[in-house]
Design a protein around this ligand. Structure first.
Ligand SMILES: CCC(=O)SCCNC(=O)CCNC(=O)[C@H](O)C(C)(C)COP(=O)(O)OP(=O)(O)OC[C@H]1O[C@@H](n2cnc3c(N)ncnc32)[C@H](O)[C@@H]1OP(=O)(O)O
Ligand SMILES: O=CC(=O)O
Length: 610
């Protein structure tokens, strides 16, 4: 059910975005088309109409009716593309095929059927739009006493003839749309197939070819239905000056009195308009319909209670990932890989990533080498210069803010230059960076701010998700001797945690390298969770369960929090006593945190299981 809803939302959003792009790209020529269709004798041709409108009414005149056009196009395309999905599924069901494998004719039939639904939106909105676009002619030819606003047009129609008058021209809209959309989608799919290189998918033809296929779709539509559109525009515009004759009578009237040419009046601007307008429509639609990932991506950060490092060159360990019940795995190019194995690790990860990520229910990220190593750029190019690329990037040893800026800028350039010309980057890259030195700790606030600022330069490519405490390198940098209680690391842990939380980021605690000592690991994990860390790095599958159990509130705590929140709702007091303790807002907020963490983890478990 949730999937169907997401599908609905994403198609709806993609259709709406496509409709918006279509209007802005095509409105001036649409205005010219409507003027020529309804007043063929006022202008000598397309150019004259364009020039005169620009001269007398300015650019605003050409964009007149944009608001109803936006309403019209956005709602039309949203409904059209949602209905198209349903109709394709229906045809796929009947023909026993996958909806992505329908033939051109089947796609065309799905498009034609979808237009039955979109016409219900198109008819009233287009009626208002057409009248707005031809307003100055209606006024100067005396058919209207004074110009009206879109709202005025709607109000006067409802007042004079009732709500149903908004559907004036519905039959001619259907007569136009059903064959129109048959040719539209046939033209689109046919052109896309034609432009697809052998052995490639039509979804991969790129922006320019998609735009061309969209324009050709529009060309097929208009050539097929232009006379019907002329009659529809006539009925809709002229009925402002009184009741207009029906479709058939108007058609014969125009043909007899004005000649067949009048039925094609306005075809040229329409054909010119169709390439930018429908090109923009399909490019925007195709490239935003993957908003499902967007909706998922921006909703929440993935839960990362345990973050398991897997050395990237170690194929045996990497292929183990799909069998592990862990929140997050990180394929390592850095400290888990010897210097002479760096190239091997990088290329193995690039080669295996897609397969491993597909088979795993956990998040699969990568850790590149440090910015100061001289290896990081190569890592980024190899790992992120192709699709699919990892959804999560761990960057070690951030010693100052220039380094994280450099990483984020370089990553963005790689994605923009290597991926964008071919397709919209399929997923946001969630960056987590490591603080592992005295300098890194002191400059952490600036590094967080620099990372966030760099990612914000172009939204949707990357975002800073969290900070990791690299305790072992930190000990090396400061000359610290480790103790089992790790009291010597308390300041660093608290500072990292506080800074990360101040910016709403995840804070991931240190590694427990004595991986056979489960009791010690449990103690340190519970401590980290109580301090406020959201998760912990691990190095061995044995550590998964202990850590993941520690980073979720226990059942007693959840019960306490739920009961407390219930008592708070009932008491409606600032301070009150609950189970012998004084409770006020700070404790309520803590209880909410507990419930939120619990809910979030359970939701993620459900999503992973789906
Ligand atoms: C401290 C600072 C840091 O930077 S930490 C990050 C860098 N270090 C790392 O990435 C090290 C990751 N861990 C490892 O390489 C191994 O766990 C080490 C510690 C070397 C132990 O490996 P090994 O001797 O194979 O352990 P084992 O025989 O007990 O393994 C049992 C089965 O589990 C597997 N395993 C082990 N570790 C991992 C891992 N990290 N990821 C995935 N699988 C792992 C082993 O391959 C072994 O599987 P199998 O039974 O052979 O099929
Ligand atoms: O990278 C991790 C560390 O502990 O050092």
């Amino acid at each position: 059910m949730a999937e169907i809803f997401k599908e609905f939302i994403t198609t709806f959003l993609a259709g709406s975005a496509g409709g918006t792009a279509c209007v802005y790209a095509g409105q001036p020529l649409d205005t010219v088309k409507v003027k020529l269709q309804t007043f063929p004798n006022v202008y000598s041709g397309t150019f004259d109409c364009f020039k005169t409108t620009l001269k007398t009414e300015g650019l605003r005149g050409l964009y007149k009716g944009s608001v109803p056009a936006l309403v019209c196009n956005v709602s039309e395309n949203a409904v059209l593309f949602v209905a198209l999905g349903c109709m394709k599924n229906m045809i796929a069901y009947i023909t026993n095929k996958q909806s992505s494998n329908l033939s051109n004719i089947e796609n065309a039939c799905a498009g034609s059927l979808s237009s039955i639904f979109s016409s219900l939106v198109v008819c009233p909105t287009e009626l208002v739009k057409c009248r707005m676009q031809a307003m100055s002619e209606l006024y100067t030819t005396g058919k209207l006493e004074k110009p009206m606003s879109p709202y005025g047009v709607v109000r006067s129609m409802i007042k004079a003839e009732g709500v149903l008058s908004l559907f004036n021209g519905l039959t001619s809209t259907w007569v136009r749309e059903m064959p129109g959309y048959f040719f539209f989608f046939y033209g689109y799919e046919f052109t896309r197939n034609l432009l697809t290189a052998k052995g490639k998918e039509k979804d991969d033809i790129g922006v320019v070819k998609t735009a061309f296929a969209g324009g050709t779709a529009g060309l097929c539509l208009w050539v097929a239905i232009f006379p019907i559109d002329v009659i529809k525009s006539r009925i809709q515009v002229m009925s402002v000056a009184g009741k207009q004759e029906g479709f058939r009578k108007t058609l014969f009237h125009v043909a007899r009195h004005e000649g067949i040419r009048a039925l094609y009046s306005g075809l040229l601007p329409t054909v010119i308009r169709t390439y930018p307008a429908n090109g923009a429509l399909f490019v925007t639609y195709e490239y935003t319909k993957d908003t499902k990932q967007f909706v998922n991506q921006f909703s929440r950060r993935p839960v990362r209670r345990a973050l398991l490092y897997v050395p990237g060159h170690d194929v045996r360990k990497v292929t183990k990932i799909p069998s592990l019940q862990v929140d997050c795995t990180v394929l390592d190019c850095e400290d888990g890989v010897a210097l002479d194995k760096k190239d091997e690790a990088r290329s193995k990860i690039a080669e295996m990533y897609d397969d491993i990520a597909q088979k795993s229910s956990c998040e699969v990220g990568v850790r590149i080498n440090a910015p100061s190593s001289g290896l990081a750029k190569n890592d980024l190019e190899v790992l992120f210069g192709k699709v699919p690329y990892p959804s999560c990037l761990v960057v070690p040893k951030i010693d100052d803010h220039h380094e994280i800026t450099w990483i984020c800028d370089t990553l963005r350039d790689i994605v923009l230059n290597a991926i964008l010309p071919k397709q919209v980057p399929p997923n946001v890259i969630r960056i987590i960076f490591q603080i592992e030195s005295a300098r890194g700790l002191l400059g952490m606030k600036e590094s967080v701010e620099a990372g966030i600022a760099s990612c914000a330069k172009i939204r949707c490519t990357s975002q800073i998700d969290g900070v990791i405490f690299g305790s072992d390198d930190f000990c090396a940098d400061l000359g610290i001797s480790r103790t089992s209680e790790a009291i010597e690391l308390m300041y660093a842990r608290q500072k990292i945690l506080t800074t990360a939380k101040a910016y709403g980021l995840q804070a991931i605690d240190m590694v427990y390298i004595d991986y056979k000592d489960t009791d010690g690991l449990r103690r340190q994990s519970i401590e980290g969770f109580k301090m406020g860390f959201t998760g912990k790095q691990i190095i061995h599958p044995h550590q998964i369960q202990t850590v993941q159990d520690a980073f979720i509130p226990d059942s007693q705590k959840i019960e306490w929090a739920l009961e407390l929140l219930k008592a708070y709702d009932e008491s409606r007091k600032g301070a009150f006593t609950f189970q012998g303790q004084m409770i006020d807002l700070p404790t309520i907020l803590q209880a909410r945190n507990i419930v939120n963490i619990y809910k979030h983890i359970n939701e993620q478990k459900k999503t992973n299981a789906e």
